[in-house]
Design a protein around this ligand. Structure first.
Ligand code: SAM
Length: 627
């Protein structure tokens, strides 16, 4: 890694270990008390925010939000999670923990620091297995089967609090001592603490410095000195005094129109948070564009590390963690090779590697020999190797996601229109059936534009894609997914899926021989040694395959958020979730998480710069343009 790291890298913490306790070399301070860090956390942060008692009062489907200044070793987080585990009500309530870290510990250092607490081992192991690669930006970790959601922002505290949307119930103010790390205790930071608090929010901090106390009082907190832990005589606790806390609005029943990967991931996400969902589809789960037998978990990361690249990267890493739940079942993390299959792509990859610094748990460059050996297929070039990627069985996955007691399904229902009526959405089908819901999400792929009940035009288009099922013996079976101008998956049973065509102005729903031939030709030009000498090269006329229509936007970026009303604002009970193009498997899990955050009023997993990229408003045109 260069120094300071190129994007998206971030400097890790440099630790000194004294008597097994980690200390920051940069700040010359300890991460936690030498006496007993865990007991100190329980005393300072848990007890003085009255967490165990408050946890037990969280209602069904509700959430409790803790925010923290300085994630460090994650000890505070694990202690809060442990208390939540023993005191949270036995319902679908969620603990959100929002934290920031400018110098994250490496996974190895984190493991060493957390090994000090045998009683936290199970939780620490789960955290470690989800711990994100050291790249800047927001990471959402879904833990304890969704009962605990950690939003971990790698970057500076002021950037974090400016770009994340959340309101805390309790704060852990845990920067290093103000004298050693004044940046963490600036007035602007304290004002951000206030801005992200609800009436009744509490805070606790190990420090009792007068300047900090006065700044918190000025920000509106009633502060009190109390006895500290161990050798520390005093600490501070506070509460934001204000009228009764507002009760979060119950979103009621949520209808999702479209049971592709986006709709199914969202339905499952909401159901697991305790919200009932009606999942509606013309066919069934995974019968449209998400219905292929195989699909690659693929993104193309831009040469510039801009918002678009950050969104693709966050989606990729989140998706890899999400799909780990189906490892060996519908998820096959074989790794993925992105070939430098043309001079242009070779040049692009060269520039990409010069300008960026990706950790090896995300990708690394491979030469031709390495590419051939890693993929098991002789290649003509090197490329980028994504060790944590792989392929999915999307149709099977959609079926499983949709199977949850809180998801009621309405399949074989062709929705014609949505009408607002007495505070609800009336969703009417072409057979006369009407389904009512408090909120609705249009997630119907290329059929979405016809359902948006707003005058004007949202720039969405359909692009035909045909995949071909190659008989497995016809090709050298790769060990990993290979992508270039086509992708090829390792065989599933007796076929290997390759594709897909990209037919902008073609609405033929049936597979054609020409499209199969095109797939074979493109695959052959990408991997000339692929076709097995023991078998005839397949011909399009003999192949099976499948056609689906991807939905893309004018800027080829997904859309996820409340529907723009065509005048000046967003509707607050109707959402659009589509435009995922050919990257649906990559984008769907994170964007479903983000939409579920929005619908339930829970902390957002995405920072503001990425939220802006997803807005429906950017698609809107008053004049209907046929593209
Ligand atoms: N809560 C942690 C735990 O449970 O281990 C200990 C936190 S440690 C006392 C303070 C942390 O704040 C350090 O990890 C440090 O790197 C981080 N930090 C310092 N300055 C920061 C800044 N400007 N923005 C974000 N994090 C910062």
């Amino acid at each position: 890694m260069t120094w300071p790291p190129l994007p998206p890298g971030i400097e890790p913490a440099e630790l000194a270990w004294h008597d097994g306790v980690p200390e920051s070399k940069r700040y010359g301070d300890v991460y936690f008390s030498r006496d007993n860090g865990l007991e100190e956390t329980r005393h300072v942060f848990l007890k003085h925010n009255q967490l165990p008692e408050r946890f037990s009062r969280v209602p069904e489907g509700g959430s409790f939000v803790i925010a923290e200044n300085g994630f460090g070793t994650g000890l505070n987080f694990l202690a809060a999670w442990q208390a939540w585990q023993s005191r949270a009500p036995a319902n679908n309530a969620t603990l959100h923990f929002v934290s920031v870290e400018r110098f994250p510990l490496t996974r190895e250092d984190l493991a060493r620091a957390l090994a000090l607490w045998p009683e936290l081992k199970v939780l620490a192991d789960e955290l470690l297995s989800h711990y994100p690669p050291l790249v800047r930006g927001a990471h959402r970790l879904v833990l304890a089967g969704g009962r605990v959601r950690l939003t971990l922002f790698f970057g500076d505290i002021n950037d974090a609090w400016q770009s994340l949307d959340f309101h805390a119930d309790a704060w852990f103010l845990d920067g290093f001592a103000p004298a050693r790390n004044p940046d963490m205790w600036l007035e602007t930071t304290i004002n951000q603490v206030r801005a992200h608090s609800k009436p009744g929010t509490t805070l606790a901090t190990f420090t009792s410095v007068g300047r900090i106390r006065r700044a918190l009082i000025d920000a509106g907190f009633r502060m009190e000195k109390t006895s500290g832990y161990g050798r520390k005589r005093e600490m501070l606790k506070g509460i934001l005094e204000a009228e009764e806390p507002a009760q979060p609005e119950d979103p009621g029943t949520i209808a999702i129109i479209g049971a592709g990967i986006a709709g199914c991931a969202l339905a499952r996400n909401l159901a697991e948070r305790g919200y009932p969902v009606k999942l509606i589809d013309t066919g069934g789960p995974g019968t449209g564009a998400s219905g292929n037998a195989q699909g690659a978990l693929y993104v193309k990361l831009g040469v510039e590390f801009n918002d678009q690249t950050e969104l693709a990267l966050s989606s990729l890493t989140f998706a890899q963690r999400f799909y780990a739940n189906w490892r060996g079942k519908h998820w096959h993390p074989t790794g993925l090779l992105q070939l430098a299959h043309s001079p242009q792509e070779e040049d692009r990859q060269k520039r990409f590697l010069q300008r960026n610094d990706y950790p090896r748990d995300i990708l690394w460059p491979v030469n031709r020999e390495q590419a051939s050996s890693i993929s098991g297929v002789p290649t003509e070039s090197g490329g980028l190797w994504f060790p944590g990627s792989g392929w999915l069985e999307p149709a099977n996955l959609c079926r499983e996601l949709a199977d949850h007691p809180l998801i009621s399904t309405e399949y074989h229902v062709k929705v014609k229109r949505l009408l607002p009526c007495n505070g609800k959405w009336h969703i009417s089908a072409d057979d006369g059936k009407t389904i009512a819901a408090d909120r609705a999400v249009i997630s119907s792929g290329h059929l979405s534009p016809g359902l948006i009940p707003v005058k004007g035009h949202f720039r969405l288009k359909a692009i035909r894609g045909q995949v071909s099922h190659l008989p497995a013996p016809a090709v050298i079976n790769p060990n990993a997914v290979i992508c270039g101008n086509r992708y090829l998956n390792p065989a599933l049973g007796d076929i290997a899926v390759t594709g897909a065509t990209f037919d902008l102005h073609d609405n033929n729903p049936l597979p054609t021989t020409e499209s199969h031939d095109e797939n074979i030709h493109e695959l052959g030009s990408m991997l000339p040694s692929l076709f097995s000498p023991r078998s005839d090269k397949p011909s399009g006329i003999d192949l099976d395959g499948r056609v689906a229509f991807r939905c893309t936007t004018h800027d080829y970026q997904p859309v996820a958020g409340p529907v723009f009303d065509g005048e000046s604002a967003n509707l607050d009970d109707l959402y659009l979730f589509t435009g995922l193009g050919s990257k649906g498997l990559t984008y769907a899990p994170l964007l479903a998480e983000y939409l579920a955050d929005q619908v339930t009023g829970q902390p957002a997993c995405l920072p503001a710069n990425l939220v802006r990229r997803l807005e429906t408003r950017r698609l809107y045109q008053t004049d209907v343009v046929v593209s």
